[in-house]
Design a protein around this ligand. Structure first.
Ligand SMILES: [Zn+2]
Length: 132
């Protein structure tokens, strides 16, 4: 038997697809705005004449960082949607137990139960996480 009830499955699917649309819309809006000739990047923008290259590099770095974050979020959403379709959603990837419906609905991209997430976060904070 699949662990998810049909209603939870449908609700997660709806939320994941909505989150996906939001994210793609935000990326698209930012990409379109960047094509304008007066980007409102903040106080640094009007100092650009002084040292174009450094400022441009800083702005570029910020945008790359945002794009990576968006790409990661999009990946999480796609993974969650894939699991919904394949029937693996709602099962903790770490211990194999069922994830409570409320947790799934609050954060449809979760992959682990609360206990495992706590443990993983502690491990990450003690230096076993990805290097900066
Ligand atoms: Zn678990």
């Amino acid at each position: 038997m699949p662990p998810l009830s049909r209603s939870v499955h449908e609700e997660m699917s709806k939320r994941l697809n909505a989150a996906r649309e939001d994210l793609l819309g935000a990326v698209r809006a930012r990409t379109t705005a960047d094509e304008g000739d007066a980007p409102s990047i903040g106080p640094l923008a009007h100092e650009a004449q002084g040292d174009d290259r450094n400022t441009a590099e800083m702005i570029g770095h910020d945008e790359v960082h945002l794009a990576e974050h968006d790409a990661n979020t999009l990946h999480e959403i796609d993974v969650a949607l894939g699991k919904l379709e394949a029937g693996g959603a709602g099962i903790c990837e770490s211990c194999g137990r069922e994830i409570p419906d409320a947790r799934l609905l609050a954060t449809p991209t979760v992959r682990t139960c609360t206990e495992c997430q706590d443990r993983i976060e502690k491990e990450t904070h003690t230096g076993r996480g990805p290097s900066m």
